[in-house]
Write a protein that binds this ligand. Structure first.
Ligand SMILES: Nc1ncnc2c1ncn2[C@@H]1O[C@H](COP(=O)(O)OP(=O)(O)OP(=O)(O)O)[C@@H](O)[C@H]1O
Ligand SMILES: [Mg+2]
Length: 513
C-alpha cells in the first residue's frame, strides 16, 4: 500500500560514545508539506537531520526510515541526495576560496566532451540559477569569501535548490539573514511547496515556523514530544512543549541601580577596507553608565558590528576615534589590549572569531584567561577545571564532558560557551553582538538573567541586537544606528515603541553644512 507520507522516521536513536543524543524520535512528512522541527538547544534537531541525510550513514543509528513507504538505507550523503533529500546545514559549508559557481556545482561540475570541467557552462548555469532566485547581483565567478554571511547563506540555498530536492531540510537557515533576505527565503520555500517539494524547517524564530510550517513536531532532550497541525497551535503552545513549562514572560527585566558614566566612545569612524571613500561608521559618540544595559538597534548592515569591533580593537579597516574608561583615554589597538583594559566582546560570527573548533569546550572557555592559571609556565589544572565547571553550570551548557571538542556541541550551546569565555576575564564593559542568535527561548531567558546579574554586580553591557523585542525587553537605553550614523539615543521607557526605533533608523541625521 502506498504510504500517505513521503518520509517516515520511526524510533530513531543515536548515541555519541555512549551518550544518547536521540532516544526514539518519530518524524513524518507528507509530500509538499512543511514540517517545523522545534526543540531547545541540544534537543537533537540537527542530529536527527544528519541521520536523515546520511551524514551519519545507515548502521550508525537505530530505528527505521521509510521513503514513500519503503525502507531507506543510505550509506552516504550522495545516496540520500539521489533520492531527493537535500540538507542545508546550520553551519555554512561553502569553501571560501572557490568561486560561487564552483561551490554550487562542487562534485557535480558540468563536463565538456573529453571529461574536462566546462567552466563556461558552469558560470552560465550558476548565473541563471541565481537570477531565478532574485540574486542576480551576485557575480558567480568571484570567490564566495567576497560575500557577506547572509549572501553566503542564500548561495548555499541556491546550491541546494540546484539539486532538485524532493525534501529540503533547512537547519536554522535565517540566523545570518537580514529581514529582507529572510523574506526572500520564506518566499522560496513557499514556491517550492507549491511545486510539491516537502521541507523540514528548523528555527528558533518561532514566528518563521508559524508562517511557513503546516505541521509542527517538537522534541526535547532527544525524545519525541508530539506533533500537531500549525493552525491548531500558538507559539505559546510550541514553547510549552519545547521547554516543558509555561513561559509567559520572555524578558526577565529587573530594576537595577545605574551609576556614573564609566565608558565613552567619541567620534568613532570606520572606513570601508575596500573603498576608503565609504564610511561604514560615521562619527558615532555615546556614553555608557555603570550597571547600564545599552541596546544597539538598527537594520542589518547599518554599521553596528563595525562600530563595536572598533571599540574592541577588532575592526580590520582604517578607523579613528577615542575610547575612554573612567574619563581616561585608553588604547584598544587589538582585542588583547582591550581585554587587558577591561573590555570584552562576544562576536557576532562565532565560527570565524569566537571558537577554536577542534579544542575542548572547557579550553575554549578559559582560552581568554589562560594567563591567570599559569604560574611559572605551568597551568594550574585544578583551578582551570573549577572555572570551567562553574561556567558550564551557570549557562547550563549541554555537553557530555568539558573535554568534548566544542564543534560537537549543538549550535546554541556553542554560543553559550562563547559567552562564558568572554565573562572569564571579568570585564567592566561587556559587548555582546547578537548574543541570542541560534539560542532557544529557554536559554535566551537564562542569558538575559545572567546579563541582569552582571549589571547588578556593576558591569556595563552593550548589546547589539536585530531583534527589536529583545532590545526593548532588556535595555535601559537604546542607541539606533542607520547607515553608519547615530540616529537615536532613547531612554527605554513606556514611550519607546518599535515604530520610533525603526523610524529613527531610516531617517538621516541632518548634517552640518
Ligand atoms: N559529534 C558529536 N559528538 C558528541 N556529541 C554530539 C555530537 N553531535 C551532537 N552531539 C550532542 O547531541 C546532542 C544534540 O545535538 P544537536 O546538534 O542535534 O542539537 P540541536 O537540537 O540541533 O540544537 P541547536 O538548537 O542548539 O542547534 C547535544 O547534546 C550535542 O552535544
Ligand atoms: Mg542544531
Amino acid at each position: 500500500m502506498m504510504s500517505e507520507y513521503l518520509l517516515e522516521m520511526r524510533g530513531i536513536t543515536k548515541d555519541f560514545s555512549g551518550v544518547k543524543a536521540l532516544d526514539g524520535i518519530d518524524l513524518r512528512v507528507r509530500p509538499g508539506e512543511c514540517v517545523g522541527l522545534c526543540g531547545e538547544n541540544g534537543a537533537g534537531k540537527s542530529t536527527m537531520m544528519k541521520v536523515l541525510s546520511a551524514v551519519y550513514p545507515y548502521g550508525t543509528w537505530g530505528g527505521t526510515i521509510l521513503w514513500e513507504g519503503r525502507e531507506l538505507r543510505c550509506a552516504s550523503i550522495r545516496e540520500s541526495e539521489d533520492v531527493g533529500i537535500v540538507i542545508i546545514h546550520q553551519e555554512l559549508m561553502l569553501i571560501p576560496q572557490l568561486s560561487v559557481a564552483e561551490n554550487i556545482f562542487l562534485g557535480r561540475e558540468p563536463r565538456a566532451l573529453g571529461g574536462l570541467i566546462d567552466f563556461d557552462r558552469m558560470i552560465i548555469e550558476a548565473s541563471k540559477l541565481l537570477a531565478g532566485l532574485r540574486m542576480g547581483h551576485i557575480n558567480v565567478a568571484m570567490p564566495v569569501s567576497n560575500y557577506a554571511g547572509g549572501e553566503q547563506q542564500l548561495i548555499e540555498i541556491a546550491k541546494a535548490l540546484s539539486k532538485n530536492a524532493r525534501l529540503l531540510i533547512l537547519d536554522e537557515p535565517t540566523s545570518s539573514l537580514t529581514k529582507s533576505e529572510t523574506a526572500i527565503l520564506l518566499r522560496l520555500v513557499q514556491d517550492l511547496k507549491a511545486r510539491g517539494t516537502a521541507c523540514v524547517y528548523i528555527s528558533h524564530k518561532l514566528e518563521e515556523i508559524e508562517e511557513i510550517a503546516d505541521t509542527v513536531t517538537v522534541i526535547r532532550d532527544g525524545r519525541y514530544i508530539g506533533d500537531a497541525p500549525m493552525r491548531d497551535m500558538t507559539t505559546g503552545d510550541i514553547i510549552r512543549m519545547m521547554v516543558g513549562r509555561d513561559m509567559s514572560n520572555l524578558f526577565p527585566r529587573e530594576e537595577h541601580p545605574i551609576g556614573e558614566v564609566v565608558f565613552e566612545a567619541i567620534g568613532i569612524t570606520c572606513l570601508d577596507p575596500e573603498n576608503r571613500e565609504r564610511r561604514r561608521v560615521d562619527n558615532v559618540s555615546f556614553s555608557l553608565r555603570k550597571g547600564e544595559i545599552l541596546g544597539v538597534a538598527g537594520l542589518v548592515g547599518a554599521g553596528r558590528t563595525e562600530m563595536v569591533s572598533a571599540l574592541f580593537g577588532a575592526y580590520r579597516g582604517p578607523h579613528s576615534g577615542e575610547v575612554r574608561l573612567d574619563g581616561k583615554r585608553i588604547s584598544v589597538r587589538t582585542p588583547q589590549e582591550a581585554v587587558r583594559q577591561g573590555l570584552c566582546m562576544v562576536p557576532e560570527d562565532r565560527k570565524a572569531h569566537g571558537i577554536v573548533p577542534g579544542l575542548g569546550v572547557g579550553y575554549n572557555i578559559t582560552l581568554s584567561v589562560l594567563g591567570d592559571f599559569t604560574t611559572a609556565g605551568l597551568i594550574d589544572e585544578n583551578r582551570e577545571f573549577s572555572v570551567i565547571g562553574e561556567a558550564i553550570r551557570r549557562l547550563r551548557i549541554k555537553t557530555a564532558s568539558p573535554v568534548l571538542p566544542i564543534s560537537n556541541l549543538s549550535g546554541g550551546n556553542q554560543q553559550k560557551a562563547v559567552i562564558s569565555k568572554m565573562l572569564e576575564p571579568r570585564p567592566r564593559v561587556l559587548i555582546l553582538d547578537e548574543p541570542t542568535r541560534g539560542v532557544d527561548v529557554g536559554a535566551k531567558y537564562e542569558i538575559y538573567r545572567l546579563m541582569f546579574a552582571l549589571v547588578r554586580d556593576g558591569m556595563s553591557i552593550i548589546m547589539v541586537s536585530s531583534e527589536l523585542p529583545e532590545v526593548m525587553g532588556i535595555s535601559d537605553r537604546v542607541l539606533v544606528i542607520g547607515e553608519g550614523e547615530l540616529r537615536g539615543d532613547f531612554i527605554n521607557d513606556d514611550t519607546l515603541t518599535q515604530e520610533r526605533i525603526l523610524t529613527a533608523a531610516i531617517t538621516p541625521t541632518r548634517r552640518a553644512a
